[in-house]
Structures are given as C-alpha cells and as structure tokens.
Design a protein around this ligand. Structure first.
Ligand code: FRU
Length: 497
C-alpha cells in the first residue's frame, strides 16, 4: 500500500489497499504485542468479499501490516465480525503443547444463514485453522452475528455476546471449551433500536469515585446500531450495569452514545489487557451512510480506525456514571512541542504546521480556576485551515452553557452530500467535581477526534480536504479574568512514512 497520500492518516490504522470496516479479534499476546484484525475486502474499495485483515503494533499507533488471517472458504461466503481469545488452559483441546493458543470466534455469512464458527492458531494469531466441527452455534437464521467472547473467571466459563440484529436482541451464551455453547439469557430492545443491532461488547470497568456506596467495578454493554442512529446511519450506544456470568442487568434505562459525531461504529475492546491497565477499545471511524463513496479511494483505500481509547467509569456530579474514553498511550507518539502557553488568558495561538511531516497534531487546552457554575463565561475555539484553499475544520466550546461543537462542513469532497452531516454538538455540563474545562484532540490529515473534560464526551469525524490543512488557530475569548488558561500543541510522529 501507498501510505503517502494527502488523505492517508499517519497515526491511525488504515488498510494497505481495499476496503476496511469493523475491528475484529483484538487481543494482546503474551509478549505484549497488540493484534488488530478487521473486516477486509482486499480486492475493491467497497464493502464485500469479507476476509479478516491483520496488523500488529507495540504502541497501538505504529502498525505493521500482516498477511490476511482468515479467508472465505467458498465464493459468496464472508468471514464476518468476531473476536479472539487466548486459550491459556487449553479448554478447547486444540493446544496440548502450548499456553498461547489463539481462538478466533467469528460469523460465517452465507446466502442461507449466519452461524458462529471458530478457528485456532498455533502461531500467536498469524495463521488460523478452521475447526472441523463448525459451526459451533447455528440458530437457523440469516440474522445472527458478531460474537464477542470473554473469559468470566468466577464461573470459569467463556461468555459470548452475539447480536440477533433484526430482533433487537443480544444473546448471552456460555461455554466451558469454546465449542459447546449454552444460551443463558437475552438482552432485548435496549435503548435506540434503529433498524438493527450489531457488534455487541460487554466489558468490566473500574468505577472511579469517592462514593463508597458504589461498586468498585461495573459492566458496560455496548451495542452498535445501523441504520437509524439519531444523526443518521450508524453509531454505538452503551448501558452500564451488572453481570453475573449469565445475565446482564442495566442500572437504569439511560441510553448514551459513545460519540457525538458520526464516525464511531462497531468498536471492540481488546482481550487480555493486563489487569493493572485501563481497558482499551478501537472503533471503525466511518459510517455506513457514506463509507462506500468517500474520496480516499483515489488513494487506493477506504476507511481508518479511531485511535485507541482507554476507558473507565467516572461518577460525575452533574451527569452521573459515565463511560470515559480518552486517547490511550498518546505520549508514545508525541513529537515536538509546536506551541505552549501556560497563562494564555484570553488570547490566540497560531501554529503553522506545514513543516510537520505527518500532518498530524495533538492539542490540549486546560482552563482552571473557572469559579463556580454560576459565573462561567467565554468560549474556546479552534480551527484547522488549509492555507492553500481556505478549507477548514473547526470546533470549540461555550463555557457557560457547556456546549461543545465540531464542524467539518468547510472541507472539499462530500461536503454537499446530505448524509455527510457537517455540524455536531453536545452538552457536557460543567461539573464542579472537575472544577475545570479541558479539551484535547488529535487531527490526522482526514480525521479529527476531540475529547472533552478528560473524555466524558468525544467526537470522531472524518473529512476530506483537497489540500492539506496546515494552520491551526486556537482562540480563547471572554473567559473570567480569574481563570488560568493553559494550551499546548505537539506534532505527532508519522508511523507510516
Ligand atoms: C457491522 C457489520 C457486522 C458484520 C460486518 C460485515 O458494520 O455489518 O454486523 O459482521 O459488518 O462486514
């Protein structure tokens, strides 16, 4: 693949050629190497002909493309989305001589039906052998897919969540050996149903709180919906609750989206993240409404993943229990400091980054000593501009209302497509438990990700300029005199050039 094009992300994963959608099979191997598989059409830049592509990384930003890991067996078949686990104790019997055997659990899609299958790998996930006893679950339906498997230690069972998309149902199955599965319960009609449920995930996360009456961990059930997202097309929603090995019970019926823009779908959590680290997910940074027509095809590929997101649950005074999503391990690719001011006050920072080889930046702004919620005022806005064409992407926040916005409508291609929604906004209520306002982000040629107040809110948005964006303007206006405004902008190291 040619990774040098104008629209090619440099700190995000994108496939060498062809079309990519969902992240699949993500796991950390016993040497600490991250494995990412993905829905992959290697022959065309449109969805279809689905294989599992594969890439590996030590830092989750610098990726090495690996040979395709799973191939369809017959014309018309597709190896649809799924997950992977390490069968340390050889519960499956596939691995009499090793403790690092990998089992992939995926959906086989044929014209007749969708079934759940497994394949095993002796070599750390580089190549797989399909199990001769497949399928391992057959519900005799064309709508049954996207198994995500975890190990549930208290019952010593594998647990699978899997979607019955058009029934708006997530099935929970358990198994002692990855081959024999028992249906335990269903979670049905949760939140926004859209037209179908896809790609469920269930993950246990620490609850970070001073409140000792809260449990130390809770489970997040994440369900992707497509089409029928509130902003159109696809998006993911999540619910917080408890899980006992067979049943998920939501704390309440609040539906929360994982993103306030439109390019965050089919996210998956890594299997085998070490216990002393935050759980990490990667999401497909696109939307089924326009993914097959984005102009990156001129450069031989379509779609990129989000940056890795670290997660925990925070207990926030105004918004309650919330899933936090922040750019994980970003420091590993931060390069030169391009601007820094720890007492900007009301002022402007201009950064010409035309000399940054990656074209990718990380920025952060922190406003502290804001005073109490009743005396908030001012705005913080940022713009990334092409000095050649005037195209731009912008965003910011109204500090008093807590509104945050992002606008991708002033960049070349697709901006007149009605589905390519241009403006996004969301309210991140000022939270006295935080006492400050924080906004950070990553811009990388054709994708921007913005995080608010440490990741209480996030927005993931792709955009397609005709010339590189190369000028950043960050402006703070009307903020209380007593407040401290600190900003920093850094280049990011190009991982593909
Ligand atoms: C979600 C999805 C999955 C399916 C895969 C096919 O984007 O539709 O439900 O397994 O893509 O590529």
């Amino acid at each position: 693949g040619n990774y040098a094009g104008l629209l090619r992300p440099q700190v995000h994963y994108s496939p060498p050629v062809g079309f990519m959608n969902d992240p699949n099979g993500m796991f950390v191997d016993q040497e600490g190497l991250y494995h990412l598989y993905y829905q992959y059409n290697p022959t065309e830049e449109v969805a279809g002909n689905v294989h599992w592509g594969h890439a590996t990384s030590e830092d989750l930003y610098t990726w090495t493309n690996q040979p395709i890991a799973l191939f369809p067996g017959a014309p018309g078949e597709g190896i649809f989305s799924g997950s992977a686990v390490i069968d340390v104790n050889n519960t499956s019997g596939f691995f009499p001589n090793q403790t690092n055997g990998v089992v992939a659990v995926y959906t086989l899609n044929t014209a007749e039906k969708q079934t759940q299958e497994i394949a095993y790998s002796y070599d750390n996930g580089y190549s797989f052998i399909k199990y001769s006893g497949n399928p391992v679950i057959d519900s005799n339906t064309t709508q049954f897919r996207d198994p995500k498997v975890i190990w549930y230690a208290p019952t010593e069972r594998w647990v699978m969540v899997v979607a019955y998309p058009v029934d708006f149902k997530v099935g929970i199955f358990s198994s002692p050996d990855l081959k024999n599965w028992t249906a335990e319960s269903n979670v049905t009609h949760y939140g926004i149903t859209g037209l179908q449920y896809e790609c469920p995930n269930m993950v246990e996360l620490p609850v970070v709180s001073e409140n000792s009456s809260l449990p130390s961990t809770l489970w997040a059930l994440q369900i992707s919906i497509n089409p029928g997202a509130p902003l159109g097309g696809s998006i993911a929603q999540y619910f917080l609750g408890t899980f006992n090995g067979t049943h998920f019970e939501a704390l309440d019926s609040t539906t929360r989206l994982t993103d306030f823009a439109k390019d965050n779908y089919a996210g998956q959590y890594f299997y085998n993240i070490p216990a002393d680290q935050d759980q990490v997910s990667i999401n497909w940074a696109s939307n089924w409404q326009y993914t097959n027509i984005v102009p990156t095809a001129q450069e031989g590929f379509r779609s990129s993943m989000s940056v890795p997101r670290g997660h925990y649950i925070a207990d926030l005074e105004r918004v309650g229990l919330s899933l936090i999503s922040y750019p994980y391990n970003i420091s590993s690719i931060v390069g030169n400091e391009l601007a820094s001011n720890s007492s900007l006050g009301n002022g402007t920072v201009v950064v010409d980054y035309s000399g940054v080889e990656s074209g990718a930046l990380y920025f952060e702004a922190n406003i502290t000593n804001l005073g109490d919620a009743s005396s908030l005022s001012g705005t913080l806005n940022f713009t990334f501009l092409s000095s050649a064409t005037g195209e731009y992407v912008s965003g910011g926040t109204f500090i008093s209302s807590g509104d945050v916005w992002l606008n991708r409508g002033h960049t070349g291609a697709l901006s007149d497509n009605p589905y390519f929604t241009d403006k996004f906004s969301q309210t991140a209520l000022y939270d006295p438990t935080i006492g400050s306002w924080n906004i950070s982000g990553i811009i990388d040629r054709s994708i921007i990700e913005v995080f608010v107040n440490g990741g209480v809110l996030g927005a993931t948005s792709v955009f397609f300029p005709t010339q590189p964006l190369d000028l950043m303007i960050l402006k703070v206006e009307g903020v209380n005199e007593s407040a401290t405004v600190s900003v920093g902008v850094w280049s990011l190291r190009a991982s593909w050039l």
